[in-house]
Design a protein around this ligand. Structure first.
Ligand code: SF4
Length: 336
């Protein structure tokens, strides 16, 4: 299904985005709902499943992540999974109604020796008729092309937060390196999945900067995951927030962030990701009203808990939401 009705702008200014955040709450959600309805089926939500194909021991120092070797979370590092086990998990996800299978590895970047197994996973999942997404860290130009040739549909690479805040959250790589990998992915012809995390103790100004960075990319990401930090003891941010719980984002501000993402990136899929497990049904319903139209299903999100299939099915039934079929996804076009 292709929708033509909303112009796609990549020239948003920070002031415009700040003004959206400042709108009265119901006005903001109303506008976001209008944009949502003009560009997507209003009561359909895409379901994706995320599998950790290589857990823990990551050399990066992302302050929110339990998989970082710099964190003290007791998480046991594993090797890259056997492609056959990955395909088994994908088949199960398909049986549970997922239309996209996302595979994540806790790496700074994949080694070339890992690529044959990765390619096997992509080809195998695609052969099941599901969309594929990978998140493997930074990619070279050549690795992006290899993944494109294997038929990878999406590559996830989050910018995490605003460019200004980035260095306070991660020191082992730069915001510019993130943008470089996104460019390699785009140039290889793979759809970009890119979002970040709110509730990391950032300011409203950082949330403005975060959405601004996404909405002014040369092409909007096809998927925009909006995560709420799940504080994990032993990580820098988890420990910090345990001492200052007021720094955590409140539900209204989270819904505002979803609404602003929807308005500024009208054709993207806006995905509720980590943090959904602890959200009330009412908050999730507000997020759907504000334009979120994709969720992760299953009991686990990499190493964090998730809402679980039964709970989601009950919520969908109460809200009259139907799962989005794979062919219903919006075709993104380059921004005019
Ligand atoms: S978020 Fe990714 S890159 Fe950062 S530490 Fe965790 S696994 Fe590594």
């Amino acid at each position: 299904m292709t929708f033509e009705s909303s112009p796609v702008r990549t020239d948003w200014t920070r002031d415009e985005i700040a003004a959206l955040f400042d709108l009265p709450f119901t006005e903001l959600v109303f506008r976001a709902a209008e944009v949502h309805r003009a560009n997507h089926p209003a009561n359909q939500v895409q379901r994706s499943t995320l599998l950790s194909i290589k857990t823990g021991g990551c050399p990066e120092d992302c302050g929110y992540c339990s998989q970082s070797a710099h964190a003290d979370t007791g998480l046991k590092a594993t090797k890259l999974m056997d492609p056959r086990a990955v395909l088994q998990a994908a088949a199960q996800a398909k049986d549970h109604g997922s239309t996209r299978f996302c595979m994540g590895a806790a790496w700074r970047n994949p080694k070339d020796r890992d690529m044959p197994a990765i390619v096997e996973m992509v080809k195998g999942v695609r052969a099941m008729g599901m969309e594929t997404c990978m998140t493997l860290g930074m990619l070279t130009d050549a690795q992006a092309k290899t993944l494109a040739d294997a038929g990878l549909d999406y590559y996830n690479h989050n910018i995490d937060t605003s460019p200004e805040r980035y260095g306070e959250v991660i020191t082992t790589r730069s915001f510019e390196e993130r943008l470089e990998t996104l460019e390699h992915v785009r140039e290889a012809g793979i759809n970009v999945c890119c979002g970040g995390i709110v509730g990391m103790g950032e300011t409203r100004g950082d949330r403005v900067g975060f959405i601004h960075a996404l909405a002014t990319l040369p092409v909007h990401p096809g998927s925009v995951p909006v995560n709420a930090l799940v504080p994990v003891k032993g990580t820098v941010l988890g420990d910090m927030l345990a001492d200052t719980p007021l720094a955590m984002i409140d539900d209204i501000e989270f819904v505002r962030t979803v609404a602003v993402a929807r308005i500024t990136m009208p054709r993207s899929m806006v995905r509720l990701s980590a943090g959904r497990e602890s959200m009330s049904d009412a908050t999730q319903a507000l997020c759907f009203l504000a334009g979120a139209n994709s969720i992760f299903t299953g009991d686990k999100l990499l190493t964090a808990g998730n809402a679980g299939d039964d709970k989601d099915a009950a919520l969908f039934a109460r809200l009259g939401i139907t799962p989005m079929a794979a062919e219903c996804k919006v075709e993104l076009e380059a921004a005019e």
